[in-house]
Each structure stands twice: as structure tokens, then as C-alpha cells.
Design a protein around this ligand. Structure first.
Ligand SMILES: *Cc1c(COP(=O)(O)O)cnc(C)c1O
Length: 390
């Protein structure tokens, strides 16, 4: 019994074997298992050297400086640290935040919590293709806006926002800019300093690194003052006091290598994946009543999100289960069977928002996988439409 074809790379990726090998070297007695904060012996020093190297690798992959990196348990924690950390530190300067309706829950839920605590949040609505116009952001800024949080690449529809344009607007206004870039690395150019971003969230497991590790990048964008945070956890003072807790050497070593490996292959890999996505789209479009979500002119090639008319989302997922591993919308919300809030924000009706599939393509995707996906989804949609009498 073979496993289903995996086309859910936007949810997570397998760990690259070289990454797994490097991680293993930091675990056992023969390896660099020491506590990187133990400065009194060579075990600690060896681990600290590994962590320093990983910091440099992550920074280099995204156009940042090693000292900008604060390790976290993933992009969720990085988003929480950025949003609560900035809000609390600057609470006397202002309590207004700007974000978008199409953000990941790891940004929206902290914002909702801040609303309960007395902050005001503006949720911008993108155009039908999922794109925010820089003028929209500019118009939403108020005298007491302290933070703008906008994602780089959307995890459900793959659209890319013009972060450099937002960086300039936020800098001119004096609001800090936080960017959730969990889906960007290895898929499109990420230039932390050049984009003028103040805080950026990263994750390892979307880029062939391990789950459970990420980073928050912090910079001062050359202003008189560097961005400050109120820490969320207190303890050993690691990560310059911004994230207490023993640094997980094996995890950050895995993230560092995964990030280093992501960048050089990116252009050719993206071209190959764009070809596969086109093959997939052409195959599905032939069914009729198929709608592409997200503006393909401003998207990474690794995601194809489509809605199917006259089909129930839950039945569609059930029909392809066992043959094809994909998701409806984001993995983090698909446990609740409700129409995708991202697609609703683009103006899709309930039926089309609920009957969507997200195909995530990656390093191990092949033309054969795409042929299988087209056949499986095509068969299921045709069958369900016939049963439904449509
Ligand atoms: C996956 C993802 C997250 C969550 O990252 P974790 O490392 O799993 O916590 C946040 N934002 C976006 C856009 C993501 O794709």
C-alpha cells in the first residue's frame, strides 16, 4: 500500500537528510550536545560555536545581520513575541495596530487578544487577487499607530505583498513594521534590511528544516533607536533577554543549514515548480467551473489554490483522501470545517470559499505527481457533480 501523493508543502516539508544529519551531531555523547550558554567548558563552547554559525546562516539567507536573530520555537512564537512585545513596550506611545484580514492565525489571534486588552486594530481587506495596495496601508495609519503587521507570502494562496513599499511608508510615519515571512524563504527574495523591515518572523519547517524552531529578526532600520520589545518569558536571559530558555542547539543548527541550502537553488527550483503548477492548473481548468484564488502575477510558484463550483469541500476532501495529501486552506484552521476566511476576504462566496483545495508544490514534486493529482481530483469532482445532479 503506497502512501498518498504529497502536495501539501505549504503546511510542512520533510527535513532534508543533510539537515537531519547535522542535527544528529548535536544530540549524543560523541557530538556537540553541550549547553550553548555554558561558557566554562569546551562542551558549551562547541555548542555555542554551532549556534553562532546557524545565526550567521539564517541572517545571510534573508539579508540580515547575525545579531538581528532571536531564536524561537517557530513563526507562531515569533509573531506573538513581535506583536505583544512591541505593543507592550510602546503602550504609552499608542495602542493602534494595522494588519490584514488575510494574515495567518498566528498574527490575527494575538491582535484579537490585544483588542480584548484595550488596543484598536484595523484589519485591511485586500483586492480580489489578495493584494494590498501601499496607499491602503498609508491611509490606515493613525497618530497612535505603533505597529503594522503584514505577511510577505500568504500561506493559503501564495500571493506576495510589496514589503519594500510598506517599509518606506511605515518608516516615514514612525510605525514599526512586522512581517511574517514564514512562507518566503527559498521561494522568493527576502531582504530584511533592504525592505526596511523592523521585525520579521521565520520558520524552519516550510524550508526542509525541522518543526519547532524559528526566529524573530529585530532591527532598527538605521533609526536613532532600535526596535524594543517587552519579553514574553523570563528566565536565564538567553537571546539578550528577549527569549529566555536554553537554545535548542540541534534545532537551530537544522534551521541554519536548511536556510543556507534554500537560497542558491531557488531560481532554477522556482522555474521547475512554476512549470508543474502550470501543468496542474491546465489539468484542473479543463474540468470547468474551476476558479483560481490569488493573483498569479504576484505569487510564488509553489502554491495553487482553486475553488470548485457545485462541489462540497468536505465531500471533495473525503473523495481524494488516501490518494492525494492536500489541504483546504490552512492546516491550522482546517480542523474546523468552515469556509476559508482568506478566500472570504477576497470576496469569494461561501460555496467557493468552502470548496477550495490548496496544492503546495516542493522539492520532491514530479510531473507524475501532478498527473496523479489531476486524475484524482478530476475524477472526484466529476463524480460528485454527477451525484449532486449538477
Ligand atoms: C506556518 C506558518 C506560521 C506558523 O509557523 P510555525 O513555525 O509552525 O509556528 C505562521 N505564519 C505563516 C504564514 C505560516 O505559513
Amino acid at each position: 500500500m503506497s502512501r498518498p501523493v504529497y502536495l501539501d508543502y505549504a503546511a510542512t516539508t520533510p527535513v532534508d537528510p543533510r539537515v537531519a544529519a547535522a542535527m544528529a551531531q548535536c544530540l549524543t555523547a560523541e557530538g556537540d550536545f553541550g549547553n550553548p550558554a555554558s561558557a566554562s567548558h569546551e562542551y558549551g563552547e562547541a555548542a555555542a560555536a554551532r549556534v553562532a554559525k546557524a545565526r550567521a546562516q539564517v541572517a545571510a539567507a534573508v539579508g540580515a545581520e547575525p545579531q538581528d536573530v532571536v531564536w524561537t520555537s517557530g513563526a507562531t512564537e515569533a509573531n506573538n513575541l513581535a506583536i505583544f512585545g512591541v505593543a507592550e513596550y510602546y503602550r504609552e506611545q499608542g495602542r493602534h495596530i494595522v494588519t490584514a484580514r488575510t494574515e495567518h492565525k498566528a498574527v490575527l489571534d494575538p491582535c484579537r487578544e490585544l483588542e480584548r486588552r484595550g488596543w484598536r486594530v484595523t484589519y485591511l481587506v485586500p483586492d480580489a487577487g489578495g493584494i494590498l495596495r501601499p496607499e491602503q496601508i498609508a491611509a490606515a495609519l493613525q497618530p497612535d499607530t505603533v505597529l503594522v503587521s503584514i505577511m510577505h507570502v500568504n500561506n493559503e494562496i501564495g500571493v506576495i505583498q510589496d514589503i519594500a513599499a510598506l517599509g518606506a511608508i511605515c518608516a516615514a510615519h514612525g510605525a514599526w513594521l512586522h512581517v511574517d515571512a514564514a512562507q518566503s524563504v527559498g521561494k522568493c527574495a527576502v531582504a530584511f534590511a533592504e525592505f526596511g523591515v523592523d521585525l520579521m518572523s521565520l520558520s524552519a519547517h516550510k524550508v526542509y528544516g525541522p518543526k519547532g524552531v524559528g526566529a524573530l529578526l529585530l532591527s532598527g532600520r538605521g533609526r536613532a533607536e532600535k526596535v524594543h520589545l517587552r519579553a514574553l518569558q523570563f528566565g536565564g536571559g538567553q537571546e539578550r533577554g528577549m527569549r529566555a530558555g536554553t537554545v535548542a542547539t540541534h534545532q537551530v543548527v537544522g534551521m541554519g543549514l536548511a536556510f543556507e541550502m534554500a537560497a542558491p537553488a531557488a531560481p532554477e527550483e522556482s522555474q521547475r515548480i512554476a512549470g508543474l503548477r502550470e501543468q496542474l492548473w491546465q489539468g484542473l481548468a479543463g474540468l470547468g467551473g474551476v476558479f483560481r484564488n490569488g493573483d498569479p502575477r504576484h505569487s510564488v510558484p509553489h502554491v495553487l489554490n482553486v475553488s470548485f463550483a457545485d462541489v462540497e469541500g468536505e465531500s471533495l476532501l473525503a473523495a481524494i483522501r488516501g490518494q492525494l495529501a492536500v489541504s483546504t486552506g490552512s492546516a491550522c484552521t482546517s480542523a474546523l470545517q468552515e469556509p476559508s476566511y482568506v478566500l472570504r476576504a477576497l470576496g469569494r462566496d461561501d460555496q467557493l470559499s468552502e470548496s477550495s483545495l490548496r496544492f503546495g508544490l516542493g522539492r520532491f514534486s514530479s510531473e507524475t505527481d501532478i498527473e496523479t493529482a489531476v486524475a484524482v481530483v478530476g475524477g472526484a469532482v466529476t463524480r460528485l457533480r454527477r451525484v449532486g445532479g449538477r
